[in-house]
Write a new protein. Structure first.
Ligand code: 13P
Length: 252
């Protein structure tokens, strides 16, 4: 009943020309995919190119970040209307790299999530603990705080439009994936928190993606978990073959 989402987060990879080459090879390969939402979030400089190639296909376009104001004196920033005009439908918010390297806080994440929802963009809000936090047994507390603070003031009607990505920081780009059981445990906790915030009915509708070293070899076992509704894929989304295999995780 929750439509799976497989989203590629390209981070700072691929020029516009490389994006066009990828799109030309990749889009025909997913033409017959019906029951999975396929998203790629390229760098800002590639969004227009990707959106152009994706028009009329089943590939959707995301952005990796966004400012919470529509416009203003914010050098280097990009707003929701700018993304919308290009055909962007999803925006990743609060990725752990933005939290770690650019000082993003739960408070800032909250402003951006609310802006995305108000603008008709689907926010993919990222949460997840560091290795140190996991080893201190603080995973549940860390994730609870990130979810509660990130979603402050979001009303239940908007809650169901949300997407959350659980990305344990220790699994990102390390080749170490959370086991399906470890991931499911946190996903089910996140759904419980959503139930408290928005009510059970809304919580059942929210897609919760897993991210962190997702590969063709581990996607099926992750997707088999009850509360895992898709994946946010870094490295393995940069190659046509591996991303196609992840998108078609349901094929034997
Ligand atoms: P990797 O798939 O490269 O571990 O990256 C995960 C990620 O951060 C996606 O947002």
């Amino acid at each position: 009943m929750r439509r799976p989402i497989i989203a590629g987060n390209w981070k700072m990879h691929k020029t516009a020309r490389e994006t066009a080459e990828f799109a030309e090879a990749f889009i025909p390969r997913i033409a017959d995919v019906r029951d999975v939402e396929v998203v790629i979030a390229p760098p800002y400089t590639s969004i227009a190119t990707l959106a152009e190639k994706a028009r009329g296909t089943n590939l959707r376009v995301g952005a990796q970040n966004m400012h919470q104001e529509d416009q203003g004196a914010f050098t280097g920033e990009i707003s929701a209307p700018m993304l919308k005009e290009l055909g962007v439908e999803y925006v990743i918010i609060g990725h752990s790299e933005r939290r770690a390297y650019y000082g993003e806080t739960d408070e800032g994440v909250n402003l951006k999530v609310k802006k995305a929802l108000a603008s008709g963009l689907t926010p993919i809000m990222c949460v997840g603990e560091t290795l140190e936090e996991r080893e201190k047994d603080a995973t549940a507390d860390v994730v609870r705080l990130q979810v509660e603070e990130g979603l402050k003031g979001v009303v239940p009607g908007d809650g169901e439009k949300l997407v959350i990505a659980y990305e344990p920081v220790w699994a990102i780009g390390t080749g170490k994936t959370a086991t399906p059981d470890q991931a499911q445990e946190v996903h089910s906790l996140i759904r419980k928190i959503l139930g408290k915030l928005f009510g059970e009915e809304t919580a059942k509708k929210v897609r919760i993606l897993y991210g962190g070293s997702v590969k063709p070899e581990n996607i099926a076992s992750l997707m088999a978990q009850e509360d895992i509704d898709g994946a946010l894929v870094g490295g393995a989304s940069l190659k046509v073959d591996s991303f196609e295999k992840i998108v078609k995780y349901y094929e034997p």
